[in-house]
Design a protein around this ligand. Structure first.
Ligand SMILES: [Fe+2]
Length: 404
């Protein structure tokens, strides 16, 4: 394939509403980005990150030098956890406001970047809170400039207008989508991802797969979202097994990262439906559950239930994973079992029961999927009617393996 002819050490510039630098060594672009921030009179930034990956990945060493060289002062908020909470966003916003930060620099995977996007909004609306932002009591139109150094190959948040934060006391994990939180610049450097643990590497790529399966089958799917869906599945199917054997394989990391980025563009256009709307209640109730694992457990049943009305597109985009599909509407079970077998072969073989959920939990999960702010919008985009009965059915079918 043509991928072998691409020089992955050549950093390329990818423009959407965000500008993304992709390639081995892209982290060095932080020098140019810092220079531009200075030109824009951004003299102080809040760095939003998790506890350690910003250092372990090697990103911080380069970023710190660039900020110092350009005379940009910074404060670090390093308390963002997976499934970031409204409290963390409020705490980081407080640090940013007290410091007088004019920009936000996120270093990390989806959680720090989504938290940083939320902080960027609240810096412009200091009278508001993360809870009011995610409960939709106001509509932001502006945010502080956002720069991201992305450390995982799954969420696509470095190139899209989405962010997700959990409101723990309500067990809500809503999503927001605003044009003002497209990052100004993002860095996608696969060399920063070779230390990602095995399971995290798996779960983030499975997140990307779910983004495109949904974005290609919503009511607003387009040839554009389908094109990127097809390429995302092809690249993940090809390169994910390689990094499981050799985590340091930079070519494989590059294409997984590229796949997750175009998956981000795919769902920025085609949006999402069942799998994300039903996963968010799972990780809202159990914040220790990885988003990608939650999605993996639900995907076979989601595909089974939508296949009849989306058989042609699903057979096409899923061909690298389930090659026997022809697009016949009667293949729903075969498609679902094929996806589950692919996931299990990768080592992702948990179902909801294995993660501590039981049939008793289904009613509460269904309620959360129907009432959490923003999730009903996603459900309204599903290709079949998404009422409480079908939501319940998908949760129930996802408790245990579909087959053998
Ligand atoms: Fe996701």
């Amino acid at each position: 394939m043509w991928e072998q002819d691409v020089d992955i050490n050549e950093v390329v510039e990818i423009r959407s509403k965000s500008t993304v630098y992709l390639g081995v060594g892209a982290i060095q672009k932080i020098d140019d980005i810092a220079a531009e921030m200075k030109q824009l009179q951004i003299e102080k930034v809040i760095v939003v990150t998790g506890k350690s990956s910003y250092k372990i990945s090697g990103a911080w060493e380069v970023v710190e030098k660039a900020l110092q060289a350009k005379g940009i002062a910074y404060r670090i908020y390093d308390q963002i956890t997976p499934n970031p909470t409204a409290e963390q966003v409020d705490a980081a916003t407080k640090v940013a406001l007290e410091f007088g930060a004019q920009g936000v620099l996120a270093i990390g995977g989806g959680s720090p970047i989504d938290a940083a996007k939320s902080v960027a909004i609240l810096m412009e609306y200091p009278e508001e809170t993360a809870a009011s932002l995610y409960e939709y009591t106001f509509t932001p139109e502006k945010a502080a400039p956002i720069v991201t150094v992305n450390l995982t190959h799954g969420t696509g948040t470095e190139i899209d207008r989405f962010a997700v934060v959990t409101i723990l006391d309500k067990e809500y994990k809503p999503a927001i989508a605003y044009d003002c939180i497209y990052p100004m610049y993002s860095i996608d450097d696969p060399a920063l991802m070779t230390k990602l643990p095995r399971n995290q590497s798996l779960y983030v790529s499975i997140d990307a797969i779910n983004h495109v399966v949904e974005a290609a089958t919503t009511k607003v799917a387009s040839p554009y979202s389908i094109l990127m869906a097809k390429e995302t599945v092809r690249l993940v199917a090809k390169y994910l097994p390689i990094i499981l054997q050799n985590p340091e394989d930079l070519t494989a990391r590059y294409y997984l990262l590229y796949a997750s980025m175009i998956a981000g563009v795919s769902f920025d256009n085609g949006l999402l439906h069942f799998t994300h709307a039903l996963e968010h209640p799972l990780s809202a109730v159990k914040p220790e559950l990885a988003h990608g694992l939650g999605l993996a457990m639900l995907l076979p049943s989601v595909v089974k239930n939508i296949y009849t009305v989306k058989s042609a597109v699903l057979a096409d985009i899923l061909a690298p994973i389930v090659p026997a599909l022809t697009g016949d509407a009667g293949e729903a079970e075969q498609a679902a079992v094929g996806i589950e077998k692919w996931l299990f072969a990768l080592g992702v073989d948990s179902k909801l029961k294995d993660e501590g959920f039981t049939a008793v939990d289904v009613a509460r999960l269904t309620e959360l999927a129907m009432e959490t702010p923003s999730l009903s919008l996603l459900l309204s985009l599903a290709p079949i009617e998404a009422d409480a009965d079908i939501v319940t059915k998908i949760y129930e079918e996802s408790l245990s393996p579909m087959c053998c």
